[in-house]
Design a protein. Structure first.
Ligand SMILES: Cc1cc2nc3c(=O)[nH]c(=O)nc-3n(C[C@H](O)[C@H](O)[C@H](O)COP(=O)(O)O)c2cc1C
Length: 224
């Protein structure tokens, strides 16, 4: 019988970004339980600056149909600037993550059409039955965005602990205005990113994507 630290480690190590979901929705009682646990995330002065909108059913289908069309039509409205350009070791890691995904789905570096198709799957939420859109109320900034990150990881680990999967997606912030309009979110709530989630497709190639991490010595400095 594992003790709680072993169980927790297994949950942390079991979470990966998954990119193929079964379409069946999660039962409402389980959804409520999961989001109640996620509410326990810490935040600066317990301000809990996350306004979360979960889209499912017909609302999600509207987004799934219209977001790709709008993106291809050049409609991009982001609340926070993002150019996706990294340098040095960060560029190497970004490249490593892309290689891991494209290798998993069998798309080669030369296959531009294949890469585009895989990228566009962001906007159909990898077929997930639910998407949580994470908004930060004005005038919050960097400090409260860190709180949002803590919320997101708590939510994703909770999903993992229930055998469910998730993918955090900056791509889901590309059409903030449209998402706000469809979900009835006030202009003062700014969209940071979205998380697609649901039951993972067990044998989907995309879900075989494994990323590595830098050695401890590269990232952590112990002082005494
Ligand atoms: C805030 C955030 C935004 C992300 N945006 C995307 C995205 O738009 N599309 C995508 O496929 N993956 C996205 N990812 C997933 C990362 O690529 C992934 O977390 C990273 O490669 C590490 O892999 P792992 O999550 O499987 O451990 C995002 C992750 C985070 C934390």
């Amino acid at each position: 019988m594992s003790d709680s630290s072993d169980i927790f480690q297994a949950v942390v190590e079991g979470r990966r970004s998954l990119r193929a979901f079964e379409p069946e929705p999660i039962e409402p009682a389980l959804l409520e339980r999961i989001f109640n646990v996620a509410q326990r995330a810490p935040s600066n002065c317990n301000t809990q600056p996350w306004n979360v909108h979960v889209a499912s059913g017909a609302v999600l289908e509207k987004l799934r149909t219209e977001i790709p069309e709008r993106f291809m039509g050049g409609d991009i409205s982001m609340d926070f600037p993002y150019d996706g350009v990294y340098d040095g070791v960060y560029k190497e890691r970004q490249h490593g993550a892309a290689v891991a995904l494209y290798d998993a789905v069998g798309v080669t570096r030369e296959d531009k059409a294949g890469r585009h198709t895989q990228f566009m799957r962001n906007f159909t939420f990898f077929d997930a039955p639910h998407v949580a859109f994470l908004f930060l109320p004005e005038p919050f900034g960097l400090r409260e965005a860190a709180d949002l990150g803590m919320y997101a990881q708590t939510l994703m680990l909770t999903l993992t602990s229930h055998g469910l999967g998730s993918c955090p997606q900056t791509a889901l912030s590309f059409q903030a205005n449209f998402v706000r309009e469809v979900l009835g979110v006030p202009e003062t709530d700014k969209l940071v990113f979205g998380i697609s989630f649901g039951r993972p497709v067990a044998d989907a190639p995309a879900n075989g994507c494994q990323t590595d991490r830098a050695d401890l010595a590269t990232a952590i400095n112990f002082h005494q």
